[in-house]
Write a protein that binds this ligand. Structure first.
Ligand code: G6P
Length: 617
């Protein structure tokens, strides 16, 4: 949500910043802007729409300076206009600022600043913070507090700011310096060779350096070409830890694929291999997780698990609930993180929390983590982004290890969450009463997942043909039972996210309690029809749809024979173990929604109004 890049070094800043913004566009793409300090003044280019528009605009401004900031916006306060785009410059021309987050008390601040003679061009909370920094900058004596006047004025302003922020600031009298600070919005420093960078995501830094510092909440960093220092909001010095990013720029590039989503769908076999690598015990009967930070005995004494997440990650939790209850026999509850944090539900003593989040930055999930911790509970995290806020604040956790996911619609991160959920179910079950041989069988089943996904992906050309026939519909239902019910929810979410077709997911049998009213020849249903005890019941639900002329796309496991003419389209996936089935069944619905969106001419990687990582409430 909002992408941020700042650069100070010897190169021309604007092209590097714009290059970084392109990599961050998935965080927001309502408007973009860049500001460079050159010849003693700020030169600002900003434009609504995509970074490509900004690129054209920037060439008109001849941005030559070697010190600048850039931003791609996901609008919160103020409409999508050039004026509301960042960077903002204070009305006295002294301070330039980019911001991710929401300053909640901006109305009171603005009143104060208007009285002091500051003026405003935009409707944003960001411009208010920018002017507040200018106000303190104008008042601050040089060299105050042993720190620069620049850092001190940012620190003073932030003490008054309520809400969330990740900011990068330039001051007119401080060429070659950036000040950056965070509370609730991610910021990462890039420590290069004779240059320093800051960004909201590693992918915008990685072409310049792999040495990074994850800034923590309440920290302020002062960046210069050759060095940097970090202090806290209360002005205490911090000893920074420099981490090395393990992936390279190539992992964040689209290659020959038409879209990141397509690339990431086809990467899934390898992503699953990476997520499970080194995580099975030597005797082949259970899973191992290095960073859980909880003893086997503690886990044996847990009576209840609560999973917190948002969006796609919540669907992965729901499948995990099914598998943990089935194999480990521990009661599990899944909750929308955004609801949990305010619901104040009664909690039991021996409860362990898990927070699942690809980005590790989703503000609702982070707030739920803090709420559970405040109440004295241990929280473990399942995240993809290494060093993310949730990963750091949790008591322990599991990384997904699938590399950067750029497409806004989650695919490889989702299936790796399903895999890790299944491995967790195995691990917990083996600590309780699952036998050695059942454990061994489950390990074998999980190890087969990448190849089963490879087989499922071979159906892509057929699914593309089906998508052409279904792209004109305006409504669709996704229906599944047991562990495939969350996959129905996920199928519906994927379709509406990227193709804007209204879609709903339901447990197949629940369909007759309401959604059946939608059924006609204009509303197709996608059914998950695996072999097994539920088969006949699912077929009955399909008959009920067919009797009302509803078109049916059936995703069947190999060997299922449907009554003639019941399904209009049949997509076959390999028959597999129930722990792996949700992973394999996800593939056709990912492909279906992808190809339907392409057929409708939608911008698959940047669906309207969405952002990959939602860091505002
Ligand atoms: C946003 C994205 C969704 C994602 C959700 C949770 O809403 O558009 O695709 O599932 O955030 O993201 P997380 O990073 O916490 O998994």
């Amino acid at each position: 949500m909002c992408g941020i890049v700042g650069y100070v070094g010897k190169q021309k800043a604007a092209p590097l910043i714009i290059e970084g913004l392109k990599r961050l566009e998935y965080r927001g793409y309502d408007s973009a802007g860049v500001a460079v300090l050159q010849d003693g003044k700020f030169v600002v280019a900003k434009k609504t729409g995509r970074v490509a528009n900004l690129e054209q605009e920037a060439t008109r401004h001849r941005l030559n300076g070697t010190h600048g900031i850039g931003h791609t916006r996901w609008a919160t306060h103020g409409g999508v206009t050039d004026a509301n785009a960042h960077p903002h410059v204070s009305s006295d021309g002294k301070i330039a600022l980019i911001h991710n987050g929401v300053i909640e008390n901006y109305v009171a601040m603005k009143k104060f600043l208007l009285e002091k003679g500051y003026t405003f061009k935009s409707e944003t909370d960001t411009e208010v913070l920018c002017n507040l920094i200018a106000y303190h900058y104008a008042k601050e004596p040089a060299g105050a507090n042993g720190d620069s006047r620049f850092v001190e004025s940012v620190r003073k302003s932030l003490r008054h700011a309520e809400g969330t922020y990740g900011i990068v600031v330039m001051a007119i009298d401080a060429p070659g310096e950036l000040v950056t600070a965070r509370k609730g919005s991610p910021l990462i420093l890039g420590i290069g060779d004779g240059e320093s960078l800051v960004a909201s995501d590693v992918s915008a830094l990685i072409s310049r350096t792999q040495n990074v510092v994850y800034l923590k909440d309440g920290e302020i960093a002062h960046l210069r070409e050759q060095n940097f220092s970090i202090t806290t909001l209360s002005s205490g010095a911090v000893s920074p830890v420099v981490d090395k990013v393990t992936w390279s720029i190539k992992d964040a590039e689209r290659g020959d694929h038409a879209h990141f989503m397509e690339k990431e769908i086809f990467e899934q076999p390898v992503a699953l291999e990476n997520a499970m690598r080194g995580r099975f015990s030597e005797d082949g009967s259970t899973a191992n997780f290095g960073g859980l930070n909880i003893t086997a005995n503690e886990l044996r004494s847990i009576d209840r698990l609560v999973f917190l997440a948002c969006g796609t990650a919540l669907h992965a939790c729901m499948v995990t609930e099914h598998l943990i209850e089935r194999f480990a026999r521990i009661p599990v509850e899944c909750d929308y993180a955004s609801e949990f944090r305010y619901r104040n539900s009664p909690l039991f003593h021996n409860t362990l929390f898990f927070a699942m989040s690809q980005s590790g930055e989703t503000i609702d999930t982070l707030a739920a983590v803090r709420e559970a911790k405040r109440k004295g509970y241990k929280v473990l995290a399942i995240n993809n982004v290494v060093g993310s806020t949730i990963a750091r604040e949790a008591d322990g956790g599991i990384y997904q290890h699938v590399g950067p996911e750029v497409g806004v619609a989650s695919t490889k991160a989702f299936t790796s969450q399903l895999l890790i959920g299944a491995m967790l179910a195995l691990y917990l079950a083996r600590l309780r009463d699952m036998s050695f041989s059942d454990g061994t069988q489950l390990v074998q089943a999980l190890k087969a997942a990448p190849d089963l996904v490879r087989t499922a992906l071979k159906e892509a050309p057929r699914i593309r043909e089906i998508a052409k026939r279904y792209a004109h519909y305006t409504d669709m239902l996704f229906l599944g039972r047991l562990s495939l019910f969350p996959i129905a929810l996920e199928g519906a979410l994927k379709l509406k996210e990227i193709s804007y077709i209204h879609a709903e997911g339901y447990p197949a049998a629940e369909m007759k309690h309401g959604p059946i009213a939608l059924i006609s020849e204009k509303c197709p249903s996608v059914f998950f029809v695996p072999k097994g005890e539920m088969l006949n019941k699912i077929v009955s639900s399909m008959q009920e749809i067919k009797a009302r002329k509803g078109p049916i796309i059936a995703v069947v496991t190999d060997g299922v024979e449907l009554p003639p003419a019941l399904a209009d389209e049949v997509i076959t996936i390999p028959d597999c173990h129930e722990a792996v089935l949700p992973i394999v069944a996800s593939i056709p619905v990912q492909l279906l929604s992808y190809y339907i969106a392409v057929e409708r001419g939608c911008d698959v990687d940047k669906p309207r109004n969405l952002a990959k990582s939602v860091t505002v409430e």
